[in-house]
Ligand binder design. Structure first.
Ligand code: GLN
Length: 252
C-alpha cells in the first residue's frame, strides 16, 4: 500500500483520516471526499494525516479521527468484505467511542450486517450499522436530493446515486436524511443512508463533500471536538461553494 501522506507542523491541531481500501473502493469520484476534508482542514491551519489502509495492512484503535470508505463494484466489494472482517473489532471500538466515519454506497453496505448480491451471494459486513442490503433487479441511478437534520435543521444535501442494493435499517436506526428527489436506501421508504453516533452511511456519490461544505465541516468538527475539547471550526469564505450549490440545486 502507498505511504501515509503527512501535512503537519509541530504544535498545530491535527486531523488523521484513515482511508479504507482507496485502491479498491473508489468509484464516482469518491476520492473527492478525502480532498474536501483535507483542504477544508488545511484552510483552517489544521494539519492533516491521511493513512491508506488496504488488503493486509495493519491498523490499531485510536489512530483515526475520521474513517472513510468509498463505493465500489460488486467485484471489489467481494475482495474487501473478506479483509474488512479482520478490522471489524478496531473500527467498531472506535465508532462506539465516537470516532467519525463516512461510508459511501458499497462501503456503507459493508458497514452493515450483509450485502446480498444479484446472484444471492451474501457478503458479510462488519455490523457497525444495524442495516442490511439486498441487490434489487432495478439499478437506482441519478441525481439525489435529501433533507437532513444532522447538520442544521432541514439542511439540503445533494449527490449522485448508482446502486442496485436496497438497504433496510433496523427498527431503532435513524436515517441520514429524507429523500426529496431520487431513491435513497430503497424505492419504497424515502429514507436515505443512516447515522449512528458520528458514523454516516450514505448512497450519495458526487463526490458528496465538495458539493456539501456544511457536511464536510460537520465531520471535521465532530472529529476534532473529541480530540481537543475547546475546538471550534473557524468559518471560511464559502461564497463560491454556495454559488455552486445553488446552481446544482436549481438543476434538480
Ligand atoms: N455494488 C453495490 C450496488 O450496486 C454498490 C455500488 C456502489 O458502490 N456504487 O448496490
Amino acid at each position: 500500500m502507498n505511504n501515509p501522506e503527512f501535512f503537519d507542523t509541530p504544535g498545530k491541531k491535527q486531523l488523521t483520516i484513515v482511508h479504507l481500501y482507496p485502491d479498491l473502493m473508489n468509484i464516482y469520484g469518491d476520492r473527492g471526499n478525502i480532498i474536501a476534508l483535507k483542504q477544508r482542514a488545511l484552510w483552517r491551519n489544521i494539519d492533516v494525516k491521511i493513512i491508506p489502509i488496504s488488503l493486509g495492512d495493519n491498523l490499531e484503535t485510536g489512530i483515526a479521527d475520521i474513517y472513510f470508505l468509498g463505493g465500489g463494484q460488486d467485484s471489489s466489494q467481494n475482495v474487501v468484505a473478506n479483509d474488512l472482517q479482520r478490522l471489524k473489532k478496531i473500527i467498531k471500538t472506535d465508532v462506539e467511542n465516537g470516532t467519525v466515519a463516512l461510508t459511501i454506497c458499497g462501503g456503507y453496505q459493508l458497514f452493515g450486517h450483509y450485502y446480498k448480491d444479484q446472484k444471492g451471494k451474501k457478503l458479510k459486513g462488519i455490523s457497525i450499522f444495524d442495516a442490511h442490503t439486498i441487490a434489487g433487479k432495478k439499478r437506482m441511478i441519478g441525481n439525489i436530493k435529501i433533507k437532513t437534520n444532522i447538520i442544521d435543521p432541514g439542511s439540503i444535501i445533494l449527490g449522485f446515486e448508482n446502486h442496485s442494493g436496497q438497504t433496510f435499517l433496523g427498527k431503532n436506526e435513524k436515517p441520514f436524511g429524507r429523500v426529496l428527489k431520487g431513491y435513497g436506501n430503497n424505492p419504497r421508504q424515502h429514507q436515505e443512508g443512516i447515522i449512528y453516533k458520528n458514523a454516516i452511511g450514505t448512497y450519495l456519490h458526487g463526490s458528496l463533500l465538495p458539493k456539501n461544505p456544511g457536511l464536510t465541516d460537520w465531520l471535521i468538527t465532530k472529529a476534532l471536538q473529541r480530540k481537543y475539547s475547546d475546538f471550534e471550526l473557524s468559518p471560511l469564505d464559502d461564497k463560491l461553494e454556495e454559488k455552486t450549490f445553488k446552481e446544482a440545486t436549481s438543476r434538480f
